[in-house]
Design a protein around this ligand. Structure first.
Ligand code: HXC
Length: 259
């Protein structure tokens, strides 16, 4: 889609915007430029009306084995302050369309944080997750301590974050980190099948449901309930709501337009 991308490849297929991490020689280690490219691609796909769902995956034998340790090794706090490397990560939270992550091989450190930034996660049975930062004398910085703890509670998150131990796709499923596990050879096919299912839904509903669910994670229940209600009202201003309900009454399949 954008020829200037160096570390990712992007294509649109059946209304699915597919972003593939493409540094397989280093297990898709995320350097700063690559993170900017991923977020830039998400933003372009978010604006593209032909795209309904975004799929993120990794080329080669891993999803992503973490932030690029070689790039980070010599950094000091002033470099970080000036480079503001987490600014693109913040922009990721503003993407309106559902993002599905398809994880195989390693999803470690920043790679796991990238996976946790997705709305849905499908994992190959061979996938391994974890935050090994502690073994490097650092810690997660792109939301790992927050997102894992919100998902799992303090007890489990503490154990995995402090020990740096990795865990399997099966454990990730048991703990509600991933939506499902899939044999590796079928991962992309099955994830695309699910993405196509979402792509047939009314886009405004997807958008406002995603926003409302994120409110449930980030805000108090009463703030989230207020936002949910406003989003519910807003959908009654859409043509898709009229079409969806009319089609139900007329016993036919609805044709959604995204407005
Ligand atoms: C840079 C990496 C890398 C990384 C792997 N590579 N992970 N390079 N940064 N995070 C490179 C290796 O140096 C090697 O390059 C090539 O990828 C293949 O890796 P191997 O180690 O040979 O593969 P293997 O023996 O299968 O081991 C796989 C592995 C191991 C267990 C995943 O690579 C590993 O432990 N990687 C580091 C994982 C990690 O600590 N992640 C957290 C990073 S800190 P060469 O040139 O030798 O072939 C972090 C902070 C996030 O993520 C902060 C917020 C963004």
């Amino acid at each position: 889609m954008d020829q200037s991308d160096e570390f990712i490849s992007v294509k649109v297929e059946d209304a699915i915007g597919i972003v593939e991490l493409n540094r397989p020689d280093v297990l898709n280690a995320l350097n700063r430029h690559m993170v900017s490219e991923v977020v830039g691609a998400f933003e372009r796909l978010d604006r593209d009306e032909s795209v309904k769902v975004i799929l993120l995956m990794g080329r080669g034998r891993a999803f992503a084995a973490g932030a690029d340790i070689k790039e980070m090794a010599g950094a000091n706090p002033v470099d970080f302050e000036l480079l503001d490397p987490f600014a693109p990560w913040d922009r990721m939270t503003l993407i309106k369309k559902p993002i599905i992550g398809a994880v195989h091989g390693f999803a470690l450190g920043g790679g796991f944080e990238l996976a946790l930034s997705c709305d849905l996660l499908f994992a190959a049975e061979d996938a391994r997750f974890g935050f090994p930062e502690v073994n490097l004398g650092v810690m997660p910085g792109a939301g790992g301590t927050q997102r894992l703890t919100k998902l799992l509670g303090k007890t489990r998150a503490m154990e995995w974050l402090l020990s740096g131990e990795t865990f399997s796709a099966e454990e990730a499923l048991q703990w509600g980190i991933v939506n499902r596990t899939i044999p590796q050879s079928l991962l992309i096919e099955e994830t695309k099948r699910f993405a196509r299912k979402l792509a047939g839904k009314p886009p405004l509903s997807l958008r406002l449901i995603k926003e409302s669910v994120h409110m449930a994670v980030d805000a108090t229940i009463s703030e989230g309930m207020k936002q949910e209600r406003k989003n519910f009202y807003l959908l009654f201003a859409s043509e898709d709501q009229k079409e969806g309900m009319k089609a139900f009454v007329e016993k036919r399949t609805a044709e959604f337009k995204g407005r």
